[in-house]
Design a binder for this molecule. Structure first.
Ligand SMILES: Nc1ncnc2c1ncn2[C@@H]1O[C@H](COP(=O)(O)OP(=O)(O)O)[C@@H](O)[C@H]1O
Ligand SMILES: [Mg+2]
Length: 267
């Protein structure tokens, strides 16, 4: 019993993402150019982290490394205790299954209905029956408010509705981590806000972590932390008032490192 409690406590404390001394370079030989410099960050279960920074500062590159879409060249990047530096293709595939991706453009397949688009992402997990994938996909589309439109094709959905299908697709596999790269960029401000609030609600209900890149200052308030990147470096990493005022248990979920950072800021 005691060891179970201890194991649970350790699970809560173990970060979903741990990055240390991460560097990344594009190009070869004389054209080789460093894009990320000595990145370090931890993301915890249930945390919503927003990443900001000018265009070209390395945000998408960083997300694609965490997502296992690029190989780690230098430093350490751990996702759910799996080191990605030197990971095999098979290990990377395993890791990618634990992540939900939401991109700027929704990337829906236009010849599939909303339900089929969502379903496709879990059909890749061959341990779930077709009936179950269908039921899960319908439930997820209902959760994002698209119940009446499950059989619509993307061309008959608005921008905001398409992005909500993309959210359903990212969350239906019950990922531990959701990576979102400017998910509201193609939306008007009201639909953008709706989409992000929906992500926030689902993440909190289901204990998912979110790392979201955005240029939209109006949605910063949904974040627990805001990380700023400039010229390939993290130049600030601050816990927001949202985290402190809305979540009484939040402080106890912080790592020693974060508490120290917080203390330094409070001084
Ligand atoms: N595939 C690529 N090949 C070479 N350089 C790239 C590639 N992708 C991005 N870059 C360069 O890396 C830098 C960071 O880009 P990116 O990660 O897309 O930044 P952000 O998402 O913050 O706009 C930029 O200078 C960009 O030109
Ligand atoms: Mg980008």
């Amino acid at each position: 019993m005691k060891s179970l409690r201890l194991a649970k406590k350790l699970m809560i404390q173990s970060p979903v993402v741990t990055v240390k001394n991460l560097n990344y370079y594009y190009g070869q030989g004389e054209l080789r150019k460093q894009t990320l410099f000595d990145i370090g960050i931890e993301i915890h279960a249930g945390e919503i982290v927003i990443m900001t920074g000018p265009s070209g500062s390395g945000k998408t590159t960083f997300l694609s490394l965490i997502g296992g879409l690029r190989s780690v060249q230098e430093g350490s990047l751990k996702l759910l205790d799996q080191e990605l530096h030197g990971a095999s293709q098979k290990q990377l595939v395993q890791v990618r299954r634990q992540i939900g991706y939401i991109f700027q453009a929704h990337n829906l397949l236009k010849f599939l209905t909303a339900r089929q688009n969502v379903q496709m992402s879990i059909e890749l997990h061959n341990d779930i029956s077709p009936q179950e994938t269908q039921a899960k996909s319908v439930a997820m589309l209902q959760a994002v408010g698209l119940g009446p439109r499950i059989n619509y094709y993307p061309e008959h959905l608005s921008g905001g509705q398409k992005q909500r299908v993309a959210i359903a697709r990212a969350l239906v596999g019950e990922p531990k981590l959701v990576l979102a790269d400017e998910p509201t960029a193609a939306l008007d401000s009201k639909s953008g806000r709706d989409v992000v609030e929906l992500m926030q609600r689902l993440a909190k209900e289901q204990g998912r972590s979110i790392l979201m890149v955005t240029h939209d200052n109006r949605i910063l308030d949904i974040a627990d932390r805001i990380v700023h990147m400039e010229d390939g470096r993290i130049t600030s990493d601050a816990i927001t008032a949202t985290a402190l005022t809305h979540k009484p248990g939040f402080l106890t979920s912080l790592s020693q490192n974060q508490l120290e950072t917080l203390n330094r800021r409070a001084l």
